[in-house]
Design a protein around this ligand. Structure first.
Ligand code: HEM
Length: 453
């Protein structure tokens, strides 16, 4: 090989390395917010453990590695703060003290157990008629003059409006009203809770005026809750607030701040995520797979359940979760030190071609994804894999079954109410991720739907 040929080869090798290298500022760019999947693929294929010096993170992106981190409580913890240390719980956080700040501790298990059974099984079943009712109320609300008409009349007249902006007129109202009623908050104050909730969610972002508004909403909500908590202390009821008030761990009840932090978290965790799930389902049906919408959903609306599961795989609401290492760990030849921040890209694991066939295709009929209920572990008895969108292991989403029910009930009722729904605009900016560190979730900002009149 001549010197020139050698230098050409070296140039090509360097070019190739440059093509595959990752500039950590990519994680902050608009392209990543719009379409993070090409970067996820480069991570999985060439940097399965990537040290991001710019954001001070170690990034995990393959399906099996994400599962392994979720399931290894000894080496990876979630609690960022020492509960007994100097940090004052909730001082700078809109939720106040809450379960998300606890690591893999007994306290965390206890807090989960206080309410976890409310969102699954029989308790959830008894609540389904109420979820139906809220969906119905919101649908009728799109056309105020037909409010309170029978469901049959309604479907026809609702369709008469011709269009709806689904995110603002339905999605960001529905789950928050469901969860606030489960908590036992009075129905006449529901609109006030929706407003507080919207400010709380804004306050999860970068700080500044958003945080100030969020903290103000939290303080107003806390002032509202104080007498309610005292009332439940004296006269227990069946609702969630009462349950949280009376829960005991090692002979101790939660203090009032912890109770309020728990309530605020449930409002936000139960509302913000599920509303975005419903919008994502509809976006992907109308824009990504209009063919499957036309031929499969219209033929068999029970397939909304598959739409939910495939959305949670293909483009879930929550793309990342964090942990930190409790000791030095070696993975894929990399040495991650103790107390290092780990970022798991759930949405990258969900597109791992080592697990799913044609992972970049949204397919509600795929046969390698478990379409039924979610489990805390990745593999199911039927040999299929689960999506990673609810996390796994000890911190596995508490509201997984409720979110699924809500999203399916909402989508089915919307589908019944709108004749021949279709996108109002041919071009759509798509589903976008929030800015890094903003605390938000991935969703379309607006979704205009047109239907026959
Ligand atoms: C589609 C909707 C939802 C998505 C995508 C979602 C996603 C998640 C994820 C990824 C986690 C894991 C956190 C971690 O590993 O650190 C989580 C935890 C949690 N979720 Fe959800 N969630 C949804 C709906 C709900 C609902 C409806 C509720 C309550 C009613 C809820 C309550 C919680 C709580 C309390 C935790 C903390 C659990 C723990 O730390 O043990 N979520 N969720």
């Amino acid at each position: 090989m001549t010197a020139t040929e050698e230098s050409v080869n070296m140039d090509e090798a360097i070019q190739e390395q440059l093509r595959l290298a990752i500039d950590p500022r990519e994680f902050d760019g608009p392209e990543f917010r719009r379409d993070p999947f090409p970067l996820y693929k480069r991570l999985r294929d060439h940097h399965p453990i990537y040290q991001d010096l710019f954001h001070n993170n170690w990034v995990v992106s393959r399906y099996d590695d994400v599962v392994a981190v979720f399931q290894n409580n000894d080496d990876f913890d979630r609690g960022v703060y020492d509960p007994k240390g100097d940090y004052e719980f909730g001082r700078r956080h809109v939720f106040g003290p809450n379960i998300l700040e606890y690591g893999n501790s007994d306290e965390h298990r206890f807090l989960r157990n206080v309410v976890a059974d409310q969102f699954v099984g029989n308790r959830l079943q008894t609540f389904l008629p109420f979820i139906e009712q809220i969906a119905h109320e919101l649908l009728t609300g799109f056309v105020p003059e037909v409010y309170r008409k029978s469901a049959d009349d309604l479907a026809e007249e609702f369709a008469g409006t011709g269009e709806v902006e689904l995110v603002g007129q339905f999605c960001n109202q529905f789950p928050i009203r469901v969860i606030s009623n489960m908590l036992g908050l009075p129905r006449e104050d529901e609109d006030t809770f929706v407003r507080w909730y919207q400010h709380l969610i804004e306050g999860l972002g970068f700080g500044g005026e958003h945080l100030a508004r969020g903290l103000q909403a939290r303080n107003e909500m806390w002032a509202y809750l104080d007498p309610m908590i005292r009332e439940r202390e004296a006269n227990p009821t069946e609702d969630l607030v009462s349950r949280i008030v009376h829960a005991e761990f090692r002979g101790q009840r939660m203090n009032p701040d912890e109770i309020k932090g728990f309530i605020a978290l449930l409002l936000a965790a139960g509302g913000d995520t599920t509303e975005k799930a419903i919008a994502n389902m509809w976006y992907h049906m109308l824009y990504t797979r209009p063919d499957q919408f036309e031929h499969e959903i219209k033929r068999d609306p029970s397939l909304w359940t598959n739409v939910f599961t495939e959305m949670m795989r293909y483009d879930p609401v929550v793309h990342t979760q964090g942990r930190h290492t409790t000791r030095e760990i070696r993975i894929h030849g990399e040495v991650i030190p103790e107390r290092a921040n780990i970022v798991m890209y759930l949405a990258a694991g969900n597109r791992d071609e080592r697990v799913f066939k044609d992972p970049d295709t949204f397919d509600i009929l795929r046969n390698d994804l478990h379409m039924g209920r979610e489990l805390r572990s990745g593999r199911y008895a039927d040999g299929k894999h689960g999506h990673l969108g609810f996390g796994m292991g000890q911190h596995f989403c508490m509201g997984y079954a409720m979110a699924r029910q809500e999203a399916i009930i909402a989508s089915t009722r919307l589908f019944e109410a709108m004749k021949n729904p279709r996108p109002k605009f041919r071009d759509h900016p798509g589903v976008t991720s929030p800015a890094t560190g903003s605390g938000g979730f991935r969703t379309p900002e607006e979704l205009w739907i047109e239907f026959d009149v």
